[in-house]
Design a protein around this ligand. Structure first.
Ligand SMILES: [Cu+2]
Length: 263
């Protein structure tokens, strides 16, 4: 009788533990995000993202539409893991030169540096921020799908809600490709020593905060927005001139192909 009593006590305890883990007593956090053209860049792009954080492991799924077809779209978590530095998504107010596009440099003070590069394979650190050969490519209809599980830096999982996702690359003149005719050359790429990259390829297309916080709010830290313009991957120092090599090669191919397709 005594063993039976013990067994009957153990079973409910085990069941209770199972129930606890099934009802979210684990460290898993889920975020549903909308990635929108908060910049007013007329990208025509939008995405939904699902982020699941389990300790320092993150799974992110992105489903988007309205992207430049058959073209790579760099995408990153921007901001800072330091909760005191309050970066967020840019708005049209960040269009410093008033040309109707918040370009990469204009967005940086608002959205901060690259923290995680959402590549399709390999490295996901800030160093891969412009590894366009490992960024997702929109299909022929401009739809973009992405899913990856990423090991985060130690302690970063809990801080992910400080960040936001930015997807880059838009088609301002609606000709289904990145070209110079629309917005000219990317001054950002040029600052990295790579000529001939269309600004369309580098401008932000969508943005969404992990926390769901309102975009474009004034940074709570006053003027200290974290040095986003000086020490990150999208600043000059962290990238070699080869960062855009693949994109440059793609542009050359597109240029060469054009006469053939128009003939
Ligand atoms: Cu970015």
């Amino acid at each position: 009788m005594r063993t039976l009593t013990k067994a009957s006590m153990v079973v409910p305890a085990a069941a209770a533990m199972l129930l606890a883990s099934a009802t979210g007593a684990s460290a898993e956090d889920r975020y549903s995000m909308k990635l929108l053209d908060t910049m007013g860049n007329n990208s025509g792009s939008s995405s939904t993202a699902e982020v699941t954080v389990d300790g320092d492991k993150m799974t992110i799924k992105i489903q988007g539409s309205g992207f430049t077809p058959n073209s790579p779209h760099a995408q990153h978590f921007h901001g800072s893991f330091d909760a005191n530095k309050d970066f967020t998504c840019p708005t049209a107010a960040d269009d410093a030169d008033g040309d109707g596009q918040v370009n990469t440099e204009e967005g940086l003070p608002r959205y901060g540096d690259v923290m995680i590069s959402l590549t399709t394979k390999g490295d996901t650190s800030a160093k891969s921020g412009l590894a366009v050969d490992r960024m997702p490519v929109a299909d022929a209809d401009g739809n973009l799908s992405y899913e990856r599980t990423i090991a985060l830096p130690a302690g970063a999982g809990a801080k992910l809600k400080n960040l936001h996702v930015v997807q880059h690359g838009l088609d301002a003149n609606g000709n289904d490709k990145y070209d110079m005719e629309a917005l000219g050359e990317s001054s950002f790429a040029k600052s990295l020593g790579v000529d001939g990259i269309p600004e369309e390829a580098t401008n932000p297309a969508t943005c969404g905060t992990v926390s769901g916080a309102a975009v474009g709010a004034a940074p709570t830290g006053g003027v200290d927005t974290g040095g986003g313009t000086t020490d990150g991957v999208e600043s000059k120092g962290a990238l070699g001139a080869g960062a855009f090599a693949i994109l440059a090669a793609g542009a050359i191919v597109a240029t060469r192909r054009r006469p053939a397709t128009e003939r």
